[in-house]
Design a protein around this ligand. Structure first.
Ligand code: PEP
Ligand code: MG
Length: 318
């Protein structure tokens, strides 16, 4: 009964005292865009475009890409849609965009670093996105574009320059390596927004392969070291008045969502099925209470203690 009641609630995400936190969907295909549109999400916070091109031997052409992006935007009917440029390499190999001979692919040419080896591929994708945005219905700009695996302000500036030249209006980068979190202020000076990828941020902060299940205790986003980098990034966003979202798996944990809200994160993106429980959790707490929970998590000595202290302080219904 509780599940059903939660699923029928379609209100926008907000704390008990009305601070809005947009609840967004993670998608990988145009079909996902249709499914997300049918659920009560406010938009898409992460469109993993590499999923469109998995298993292919050649790079997709401009027209094919443009069609896919336009179809996804149309499915979402003008709701905000954050499209991520190709995140090839490491755990997401693409035959046409991955270096075959890397010893440490997670530390190699992956994510936006693709621009070093295949700048035409990156510029082509940005052009297709710019064209799709220009012909999309709905509020302008519904399409936001962000680049993955950015480590420096110079890379952020490069993304912004290329994206704007391609006609993309709103440009951001993911914060998923510690260097980017530590320099979030400088990075935000170059772009319109950032989105925290806590899956990779945990991997790189804790030096723990995200594909190794036996190290899950280290990979935990509740690790205080990871939380402090998230806090640093959120603080920079608040100070500069720019959006800071979270699109890693941690956003789908209702207790973590309270912490993220307390740190000042402006949107949470997750698989649509996780949204109702997060919406419910946020509505049971004021922002001040979320901030207190966040402070207690940041001060905890380890991941288990961080989660336990938030569980103890949160509304028992969550
Ligand atoms: C992340 O790293 O948290 C993220 C959202 O991106 P992906 O899982 O696709 O690497
Ligand atoms: Mg990532």
């Amino acid at each position: 009964a509780r599940e059903r009641a939660l699923a029928q609630d379609t209100a926008p995400g907000a704390t008990a005292d009305g601070h809005r936190i947009a609840l967004l969907a993670n998608i990988g295909t145009v079909e996902d865009a249709h499914r997300a549109a049918a659920s009560a999400v406010e938009g898409v916070g992460l469109f993993r475009t590499e999923v469109l091109f998995l298993g292919r031997t050649d790079a997709p052409g401009l027209e094919e890409q443009e069609r896919a992006y336009r179809d996804a935007l149309a499915a979402l009917g003008g709701r905000k849609t954050v499209v991520r440029t190709l995140d090839a390499g490491a755990d997401k190999p693409l035959a046409f965009a991955t270096q075959p001979d890397e010893e440490n692919p997670a530390l190699g040419v992956r994510g936006y670093r693709l621009v070093r080896t295949s700048p035409a591929l990156v510029d082509g994708q940005l052009l297709a996105l710019g064209r799709a945005a220009a012909t999309a219905d709905g509020p302008d700009p519904a399409l936001w574009v962000m680049a993955p695996m950015v480590s420096t302000p110079a890379e952020a500036r490069d993304v912004a320059t290329r994206a704007r030249a391609a006609g993309v209006g709103t440009v951001g980068v993911m914060v998923e390596v510690p260097a980017a979190a530590l320099l979030a202020r400088e990075i935000l000076a170059e772009v319109d927004f950032v989105s925290l990828g806590t899956n990779d941020l945990a991997q790189y902060t804790m030096a723990t392969d995200r594909l190794r299940g036996e190290l899950a205790d280290l990979l935990d986003p509740w690790q205080p070291a990871v939380l402090r980098l998230v806090a640093e990034t959120a603080r920079a966003g608040l100070d500069l008045g720019k959006p800071v979202g979270v699109c890693g798996e941690s956003a789908s944990d209702p207790l973590m969502a309270l912490v993220l809200a307390g740190l000042g994160v402006t949107s949470l993106s997750m698989s649509p099925g996780a949204v109702p429980a997060v919406r419910f959790a946020l509505r049971r707490h004021t922002r001040e209470r979320c901030a207190a929970l966040a402070a207690s998590a940041l001060g905890a000595p380890d991941a288990a203690a961080a989660r336990a202290v938030v569980l103890a302080g949160a509304d028992p219904e969550v």
